[in-house]
Design a protein around this ligand. Structure first.
Ligand code: GDP
Ligand code: MG
Length: 442
């Protein structure tokens, strides 16, 4: 990944006072290659490289930063900038209901995203949400929306396949007004590929219902094709935002860079997994760190906050911020929370690569089963042992192993790997980016 490539070049740059055309040439070549590998569109790569070069050239290398470290900082800033810089939320500033129209190809994740958004709007913004399906081509699609809306705890406005999409949407708006809904989410049909009829239909829908948000939903796994689709939709409709789905499958994030660049519309959310909890607000700076291979501890904490006990999550966030140790008590809580959040895979994706690796070593084999064993071991420890694992000497290890019904070696393995993980948590907390860059410079 980019981090490894950078680490290499950073070494060669050490000891030089400033960034020059010469000493950044190698580094930029690496950046370029890594971006292309991450599926970023060529014109976007070119512009990024030009911007990085311009910013980096002649930049004073301040304080303890070496040129290589300084360049990583510039790359991170420019990656975030090309994805829009600041986080961009939904617009509600209209006479209710705030109508939000979904657009995108079939299978992009529109219906799932409506369910996720309904849940998010209800829980995070306390909105009264109505959903409606204008997908008159597939009766199953209407039923699917009804199901996810029910799961989200929102209300569903029924429609049927013998109606016209515009009529359905207008009737739903009327109903939403009379029943004081804050938001109406309008799901639409998509084709396998872009075609004239689909574009004409959604254009007409946009003109008739004048949504405050038109969200383009796109599958991040499509890579380059995501960019072409985005361009076509952006030409037909005025998009107010993008939802990038299936980011669980494409942790490279290349599509995020390109889609924003070609549409000019901000990415507002990312989707991970099929569960309704799998929707995250999009933060360009965090995505930039993730692309650079640093993982995304803050998003993780945020996800924990919505899925679980708020206080526990706040305490953990505080600990991380203060750079204080992460102990086995936290680890135990984390595991319980992971289960509530729908398993490991969506979480692993967000962890810094090294932590994810340590975690997966701990759970060789079926992750959920191994997690239960690890939890069993931790449960057999006393609270004092959990907060100070150094206490755990041979006799305590035997007691713990017996309590959990495992071999002593398994207890040892857990303790060793926990120690590694703790070190990494320390490294990523507190100083964050700056600390990591320092460690990359050696
Ligand atoms: P639509 O045709 O645009 O309405 O797409 P759907 O919402 O029906 O989603 C198509 C498929 O993708 C379904 O199997 C969803 O469960 C799945 N899906 C949607 N969003 C995500 C996501 O963020 N991650 C993953 N892994 N699957 C998703
Ligand atoms: Mg659908």
């Amino acid at each position: 990944n980019l981090t490894n490539r950078f680490a290499q070049v950073v070494k060669t740059l050490r000891g030089q006072a400033r960034l020059t055309e010469d000493n950044i040439a190698d580094m930029l070549r690496e950046v370029r290659m890594a971006l292309l590998e991450a599926d970023v569109a060529l014109p976007v790569v070119k512009e990024l490289i030009a911007r990085i070069k311009e910013k980096a050239l002649g930049q004073e290398v301040v304080g303890s930063l070496t040129p290589g470290q300084a360049l990583v900082g510039v790359v991170q800033d420019e990656l975030a900038a090309i994805m829009g810089g600041a986080q961009s939320g939904l617009n509600f500033a209209t006479q209710p209901p705030a109508v939000m129209l979904m657009a995108g190809l079939q299978g992009a994740g529109k219906t799932t995203t409506v369910g996720k958004l309904a849940k998010y709007l209800k829980e995070k913004h306390r909105k009264k949400v109505l959903t409606v399906s204008c997908d008159v081509y597939r009766p199953a699609a209407i039923a699917q929306l009804e199901t996810v809306t029910g799961q989200a705890g929102a209300e569903f406005f029924p429609s049927s396949s013998d109606q016209k999409p515009v009529d359905i949407a207008l009737a739903a708006i009327d109903y939403a007004k009379r029943h004081y809904f804050d938001v109406l989410l309008v799901d639409t049909a998509g084709r396998i590929t872009i075609d004239e009829q689909m574009m004409a239909e959604i254009k007409q829908l946009q003109t008739s219902i004048k949504p405050i948000e038109t969200l383009f939903v796109v599958d991040a796994m499509l890579g380059q094709d995501a960019v072409n689709t985005a361009r076509a939709f952006n030409e037909a409709l005025s998009l107010t935002g993008v939802v990038l789905t299936k980011l669980d499958g494409d942790s490279r994030g290349g599509a995020a860079l390109s889609v924003r660049h070609v549409t000019g519309a901000p990415i507002k959310f990312t989707g991970v997994g099929e569960k309704l909890t799998g929707l995250d607000e999009f933060h360009p700076d965090r995505m930039a760190s993730r692309i650079l291979g640093m993982g995304d501890i803050l998003s993780l904490v945020e996800e924990a906050r919505t899925a679980v006990d708020e206080k526990a999550a706040r305490d953990l966030a505080d600990k991380l911020r203060k750079g204080k140790g992460f102990d086995l008590n936290d680890f135990k809580d984390q595991m319980a929370q992971m289960r509530k959040m729908g398993g490991l895979s969506s979480l692993m994706d967000k962890m810094p690569a090294q932590i994810a690796q340590a975690a997966s070593q701990m759970q060789a084999g079926a992750p959920e089963k191994a997690m239960a064993r690890v939890e069993g071991i931790i449960n057999s420890m006393t609270p004092a042992e959990r907060s100070n694992p150094d206490l755990i000497k041979a006799s305590r290890k035997r007691r713990i192993a017996a309590g959990a019904g495992v071999q002593v070696q398994e207890v040892n393995r857990l303790l060793n790997q926990f120690e590694q993980m703790q070190k990494m948590m320390k490294q990523f907390s507190g100083g964050g980016m700056a600390k990591l860059m320092r460690s990359m410079g050696g």
